[in-house]
Design a binder for this molecule. Structure first.
Ligand SMILES: Cc1ncc(C[n+]2csc(CCOP(=O)(O)OP(=O)(O)O)c2C)c(N)n1
Length: 287
């Protein structure tokens, strides 16, 4: 495969390496000061610098929400899609452009409510994507409604003053049961701690879920306590889905690190050998 201009420059002797700053666009984040998503942005730029990926070889796809604004703040390709459909977009992109490193980002509402069905099938298909979910256990952008990961007794939800009374969705258990190939959790308040895990997730073939505890200081200030409550997972990552299932079923949402690392082969259809080109696929949509 021919090198892109940046790759060629990086390969040339004496050319300075890409730094985290090189992956930031000049758009200033609109997130509230103290929002965990700032930490994710920083961790992501540091990870891309560690991997020395050429920005034009990386695509970041998102849905809708505060967290889904992240592609605008990066100097890579980006697609700010519609609510809950980031994984469908990213799947299409990766199967037609396997040379791209495709990252998907968004919130718990985007990924587990409106996008819930896509989440199940993205895990099942196991296309080589890294899905970063910034979980603040609420809908931030629409001003603090309960989400599928809200605690049942969280009484400050704008539409649920008495709490939802419903047990939260456990994205990691669902991901494992649906076939995800890599499952990890990081904290949005510890960017440096997130870097090696994001790196491993990007490098691991197949569908990788990185669950981020990303506090929303505006609609649930108590989430700032997560910083004191999180801990490294007490056991090493396993590649045994049965053992991972037992661990995840008792996971209290506070264990950080790689929790499951599977070895399923990613789904990557060879469109060319089937005689299907991107131009063929696009043809019916030409206006
Ligand atoms: C089809 C559709 N339904 C509803 C909305 C309204 N809406 C925008 S963002 C959002 C939820 C965002 O929550 P989350 O994904 O958790 O992200 P956060 O803002 O907390 O980062 C909703 C319901 C929309 N934009 N489009």
């Amino acid at each position: 495969m021919t090198m892109t201009m940046t790759e060629q420059m990086l390969a040339d002797e004496g050319c300075p390496a890409m730094t985290a700053k090189d992956y930031r666009s000049d758009v200033k984040p609109v997130w509230c000061p103290g929002c965990g998503d700032h930490g994710v942005l920083l961790a992501l730029t540091k990870t891309l610098a560690e991997l020395q990926l050429a920005p034009e070889k990386v695509s970041v796809v998102s849905g809708i929400g505060c967290s889904s604004r992240i592609p605008a703040y990066l100097n890579t390709y980006g697609f700010h899609g519609v609510h809950g459909r980031s994984l469908a977009l990213a799947t299409g992109l990766k199967v037609s452009r396997p040379d791209q490193t495709v990252l998907v980002a968004g919130g718990d509402g985007d990924g587990f409510s409106i996008g819930g069905n896509h989440f199940l099938h993205a895990c099942r298909r196991n296309v080589d994507l890294t899905y970063i979910v910034m979980d603040n256990q609420l809908y931030g952008m629409t001003k603090g409604q309960a989400s599928p990961t809200s605690a049942p007794d969280w009484e400050k939800g704008k539409l649920t003053p008495g709490g939802t009374g419903i047990n939260p969705f456990h994205p990691l258990v669902v991901a494992l049961a649906s076939g995800a190939n890599f499952i990890a959790r990081v904290s949005g308040t510890n960017a440096n701690g997130a870097v090696p895990i994001l790196k491993e997730a990007i490098e691991h073939p197949g569908f990788s879920l990185v669950h981020v505890l990303s506090p929303c200081i505006t609609y649930n200030r108590e989430q700032l306590d997560w910083k004191k409550m999180v801990r490294p997972a007490p056991v090493e990552a396993t590649n045994d889905p049965g053992r991972a299932a037992r661990r995840l079923m008792t996971d209290d949402n506070l264990n950080l690190g790689v929790l499951y690392k599977g070895d399923r082969a990613p789904y990557q259809p060879d469109l060319r050998s089937r005689g299907v080109s991107v131009a063929d696929l696009e043809a019916p949509f030409q206006v």
